[in-house]
Design a protein around this ligand. Structure first.
Ligand SMILES: Nc1ccn([C@@H]2O[C@H](COP(=O)(O)OP(=O)(O)OP(=O)(O)O)[C@@H](O)[C@H]2O)c(=O)n1
Ligand SMILES: C[C@](O)(CO)[C@H](O)COP(=O)(O)O
Length: 240
């Protein structure tokens, strides 16, 4: 709750402007069908249902804006206020999306993580509201090695300090925008938004995510995605 007794909410930027080169399909991976529906629509539906999300900006490839607008309308995704073209890096796409929002708090999410749930979005928001910035993550299960340029192990970090980072990630919108502007000035490109605020000294809270909140990246992820989806349907959860 805010000081005025209203429910605190966050705007969301969902990025889906990538080409999915690691997936290697003719169709960009975010538009492949999962249980008869485009992956991006599954993702948007979770944010649409979550009461803490006030508004959604969807960032897509320039050539896909029109079909995405049609899905927004046909699937009744009325929290999606804008569908806009992205940029050449994920970071550019996020920055363009942020410019379309006015909310105090923002969630950034990958369009290709359709198994996020309302509970995870909720936990991520609460983490940011308590600490200023938060990211979902899961503890790394494998032993991880640092490998040198010749293919030899150079270090074995303590696994207890290693977490695999997911989205959503939640921030104060103005702070994240400034962090993006700093990164652009410095020519810095990060693989997530957290890196951009970390380099300005912001402490980012880790909120435990879920191993099923996968980013659909390579072909074997599609089989895993179908398996997660059918498991959820059997449990009657349907991504809630
Ligand atoms: N210029 C870009 C690049 C990526 N993304 C989005 O960022 C998310 C995570 O990126 P990733 O999985 O790396 O997607 P791709 O860039 O599409 O994949 P690849 O790296 O295999 O080409 C995806 O939802 C993707 O569409 C984006 O909006 N704009
Ligand atoms: C933001 C992210 O989802 C964190 O895991 C990821 O870094 C984005 O894409 P990448 O291309 O796999 O780095």
């Amino acid at each position: 709750m805010t000081d005025k007794g209203t429910m605190r909410q966050a705007g969301a930027v969902i990025v889906a402007a990538g080409r999915g080169t690691r997936m290697g399909t003719a169709e960009s991976k975010q538009y492949l069908l999962l249980d008869g529906k485009p992956i991006i629509v599954h993702t948007l539906e979770v944010f649409q249902r979550e009461p803490l999300v006030s508004e959604i900006v969807l960032v897509t490839g320039e050539q896909d804006v029109e079909r995405c607008r049609q899905w927004v309308s046909s699937y009744g995704l009325d929290k999606v206020t804008k569908v806009i073209p992205g940029g050449s890096e994920r970071q550019d796409s996020v920055y363009k999306g942020l410019q379309q929002l006015t909310a105090e708090w923002v969630l950034v999410h990958d369009g290709v993580r359709p198994f996020v749930t309302g509970a995870l979005i909720h936990a991520c928001c609460e983490g940011a509201w308590e600490s200023g910035a938060s990211v979902l993550a899961v503890p790394v299960k494998d032993t991880v090695k640092v490998v040198d340029g010749e293919g030899y192990v150079s270090a074995t970090p303590d696994r207890r300090s290693l977490w695999a980072i997911q989205t959503p990630q939640a921030f104060r919108r103005l702070e994240l925008m400034e962090a993006h502007e700093d990164a652009r000035k410095d020519g810095f490109i990060g693989t997530d938004d957290s890196m951009l605020v970390e380099r300005r000294g912001t402490r980012v809270k880790i909120v435990e995510g879920d191993y099923t909140n996968i980013k659909i990246t390579t072909p074997e992820d599609l089989d895993f995605a179908a398996w997660i989806r059918s498991g959820r349907q059997k449990q009657g959860e349907d991504n809630r």
